[in-house]
Design a protein around this ligand. Structure first.
Ligand code: ADP
Ligand code: MG
Length: 643
């Protein structure tokens, strides 16, 4: 029984192995012919694949019916012949015509096709079929378009085997017009980017139905095709395929898409360009910022160096007077141990007349202050404006003038000593006379003590002479003592005579004619001692100027003009050049070999202390007049208007 079982096994294996083959053998083979050059309906790709609308339709129907398709790509005329000869079962896409209907059976129409007449865009002569007379028209052989031209007289046709070739005849300029498949023409021309070069003359040709064709009597196949088509309509396959092949060429849609794409590209390009510009600009900006920062750092270092290396203390204050910045000099000048920043200026410089200085924000103030260590500071307070000219605080500059002041004082006293030296000769004479008189009386005293005349003369003369000596000593003290300004009411004549008295001997010996013309009533509110010093300086200068003159006259006059008293001292000396006159009051300006040049400087200073002025007028080789003018002028806190 073993071998029997072996047979069954073999049979089973046979069944399992060959059953699929047997099923396949039952598949129906359908031979499909089509125009191989009719895109987008049917065409052969360069790689040998077949694509197109009708190809996809038959593929979908074949998969419904389990058909195996056998593709037969042919030229149109051959394809018609092949169907006619029974070499194929179906012809994809045939236009329904009566002539064909006698030979073939048609499925239901699945496309409405119209022929198109295409002419170059600039053509102005062809608008109707009749206008094709005498023209060359490109057509496809055995195509319905040829039938349309039958009625046109004297038309010349270039006949090709496919729509593609017919179209090529138009695009290469061999024909004046193309008559053929509208969809294929558009598909090809768009692909070659020449669709815009041609115009469609539409509305001329009636649309015709487009369907599958089978041999006559092949009704079973025809039914399957119709069923298949209906199924494709129902399940949406038809719509999908239709839009895939034909809607991309729908003019408004492509335009819209093209515009959208161009727009998007433009936006993208603009975006990229602006991004790039922004990037480059940013880079440049960064470099610029770096450069400027370095520059600024240099400037800051420079400014700090300048600030620290001046000989003045510089402080910046906020609007309330609190210190915001100080330089190195400020730190060394002021004996403040703690941090200066943030403190009020009055903590550092209590003597500064701060309240007066910050009253007016458009003014600058300067003046001198003496601190408790008898240091002398010159201050300068200026409003600090920012770039927008807004007041943001104050700048205070302080200079230590202590040493300068001491030097000045020393020199002024030297000048005094010098003048004193000159005075001494005259004073010696002055003292010698009363001394001689007193000495004589004292020598005669033992002998003549009982003589009543002698006694009365002694009692009259000795006190007189002593008083005279006392006066001379007083004058000297007035001159040399340095004491606070002591204003008192003084007779001008008295004042002048007291000074003239000091020079009497000298006037005599130098043969100077002295003229004094002053009213006894003229009074003046001054510090006698200091004004005397001025008069002495001026008289000494006058005597020195007249040293070389043949006629020497010193004239002193005084008077009153409105409120002010004036005194003039005129000499007949050498006089001065204009240039010399402009420098007279500079300290240490002198033209004399033994001169110091402080006489006039000090005199002017004294006059200012009295709110007065010292003026000069001079003519060379004629003489010089100095005028002392006393008036009312307030110069207590000196404000410098720099607006
Ligand atoms: P000094 O007498 O020490 O030279 P002053 O200040 O008194 O200094 O005078 C300055 C200069 O002014 C003198 O050197 C002189 O050139 C000129 N000067 C002053 N007074 C007269 C004058 N009366 N006539 C001509 N020159 C004068
Ligand atoms: Mg002098």
């Amino acid at each position: 029984m073993g071998y029997k079982r072996g047979h069954w096994l073999l049979f089973l294996l046979f069944l399992i192995g060959f059953f699929p083959e047997m099923v396949k053998a039952e598949e129906k083979i359908v031979r499909v012919a089509f125009d191989k050059s009719l895109p987008p309906f049917s065409s052969m790709e360069p790689d040998g694949e077949f694509t197109g609308f009708t190809i996809d339709l038959i593929r979908a129907i074949a998969s419904q019916n389990d058909w195996k398709l056998e593709y037969v790509p042919l030229e149109w005329e051959e394809a018609v012949g092949a169907l006619h000869a029974g070499k194929v079962d179906v012809l994809l896409g045939m236009k329904y015509t009566n002539r064909y209907d006698q030979v073939f059976d048609f499925s239901e129409s699945f496309f409405t096709m119209s022929e198109v007449l295409l002419v170059p865009r600039d053509d102005q002569g062809i608008y109707t079929l009749n206008q094709l007379s005498e023209k060359v028209v490109a057509v496809q052989r055995a195509h319905t378009s040829m039938d349309l031209l039958e009625s046109v007289r004297r038309v010349k046709m270039i006949v090709s085997f496919s729509q593609l070739e017919a179209l090529a005849n138009l695009t290469r300029g061999r024909a004046d017009a193309f008559l053929g498949n509208r969809w294929t023409a558009e598909y090809i021309l768009r692909k070659e980017n020449r669709w815009e070069d041609y115009s469609m003359r539409s509305g001329l040709i009636n649309p015709t139905d487009y369907a599958f064709a089978v041999r006559e009597g092949h009704s079973e196949l025809l039914d399957k095709l119709n069923e298949g088509l209906n199924q494709l309509y129902r399940d949406g396959t038809y719509t999908r395929l239709y839009s895939h092949y034909f809607e991309p060429y729908s003019p408004h849609l492509t335009d819209w898409w093209r515009k959208l794409v161009i727009g998007l590209l433009l936006v993208l390009a603009v975006g990229i360009v602006s991004l790039l510009t922004f990037f480059l600009w940013n880079k440049r900006l960064q470099a610029e910022v770096k450069r400027r920062t370095a520059e600024l750092a240099d400037v800051m270092v420079f400014q700090r160096k300048v600030l620290d290396h001046t000989d003045s203390a510089i402080l910046s204050l906020d609007t309330q007077g609190y210190i915001t910045l100080v330089n190195q000099v400020a730190i060394t000048i002021f004996p403040i141990q703690k941090e200066m920043l943030g403190r009020h200026i009055l903590d550092v410089l209590p003597q500064l007349p701060w309240d007066a200085c910050c009253l007016d924000r458009s003014r600058q103030y300067e003046g001198e202050i003496h601190d408790e260590r008898s240091f002398v500071f010159h201050y300068y307070v200026a409003p600090f404006l920012n770039a927008m000219s807004e007041h943001v605080g104050w700048i205070v500059t302080v200079q230590d003038r202590t040493e300068q002041k001491r030097m000045q004082t020393r020199l002024i006293s030297q000048e005094k000593m010098h003048a004193l030296g000159q005075l001494v000769a005259g004073i010696a004479h002055e003292l010698r006379n009363p001394l001689t008189a007193v000495k004589t009386f004292i020598e005669l005293l033992p002998k003549k003590v009982d003589d009543p005349r002698f006694r009365s003369e002694l009692l009259r003369f000795v006190p007189e002479e002593l008083e005279r000596m006392n006066r001379i000593v007083e004058e000297l003290l007035d001159y040399s003592r340095s004491k606070p300004l002591l204003i008192e009411s003084t007779s001008v004549a008295d004042l002048v005579y007291s000074v003239v008295g000091l020079f009497v001997r000298r006037f005599e010996s130098e043969q100077v004619n002295i003229v004094v013309d002053i009213s006894d009533q003229l009074e003046l509110q001054v510090d006698r001692g200091r004004i005397k010093q001025v008069l002495i300086n001026l008289m000494l200068n006058a005597l020195e100027a007249m040293a070389g003159s043949t006629e020497k006259q010193l004239q002193i006059k005084a008077g009153k003009k409105r409120d002010g008293v004036w005194i003039t001292i005129s000499d007949t000396g050498e006089g001065m050049q204009k240039e010399q006159q402009s420098r007279l009051f500079e300290p240490f300006y002198t033209t004399k070999s033994q001169g110091i040049g402080l006489g006039l400087y000090v005199s002017q200073k004294i006059m200012r202390e009295h709110s007065g002025q010292l003026e000069v007028s001079s003519v060379t080789r004629v003489g010089t007049t100095f005028t002392l003018r006393f008036g009312q002028e307030d110069h207590d806190a000196e404000a410098v208007d720099r607006r």
